[in-house]
Design a binder for this molecule. Sequence first.
Ligand SMILES: N[C@@H](CCC(=O)N[C@@H](CS)C(=O)NCC(=O)O)C(=O)O
Length: 216
Amino acid sequence: MGGSRYGSRCLIQIAAKSLNVPVELLSFPLPENFAAISPLKLVPVLEVDGNYLLESQVICEYLEDLGKGPSLRPEDPYDCAKMRLLIRLFELYYDPHVLKIYHLIMSQQMSQQGPTTITAIMEDVKSALNLIATYLDDQQYAVGNTLSLADCALMPPFFQMTMLCSILGIDDPIAGQKTISGYFEKTRRDPHVAQVLTDMEPYLRKLFSGDIHASK
Ligand SMILES: N[C@@H](CCC(=O)N[C@@H](CS)C(=O)NCC(=O)O)C(=O)O
């Protein structure tokens, strides 16, 4: 799905490793028969010899295990664990809150209860960002000075949040958290990250328009 924060995780990795993986971007809503490929009816999915792998992080780890291109897993075991911790903190404590905002937008309920509900959810989002910030290195990337799977996981959703807030005209929690905003600005300069974020933009603009304008 174009603009997907989870699909884009794999796209940054594929670009950074120069992998020859044909990519098909699906549009939203996903086709009915997609359930035959993924019982979760979620993207991304990776086809491997006629089988289908689900879950972006499982796909990323599989692509790393193939051993092609530069490794996006830090060599040092502690750094590698920190990379995995950042990804888990994002998935368990940040994204479920953000998902509530997206459901609100998609369910066309923005004009009735949107602004109040979003303000409440943003408090949880801010707490999750503080938690993630505790484990971010103060270097160019999330862990040290090279791109890792943590950056592939964090940058697309952070970008999605900044776009959402700019379209809604509300305070951006990414910009409001010093460590996170410093990380975001540094890491978005990576050419592979920059390209994927640029590609996400038109899809996100389309996705977040409509209902959002109706609520103003
Ligand atoms: N845990 C899954 C989450 C994937 C996910 O939420 N994908 C969204 C796009 S970002 C999706 O396919 N949504 C389709 C829908 O809601 O119909 C992963 O890591 O792959």
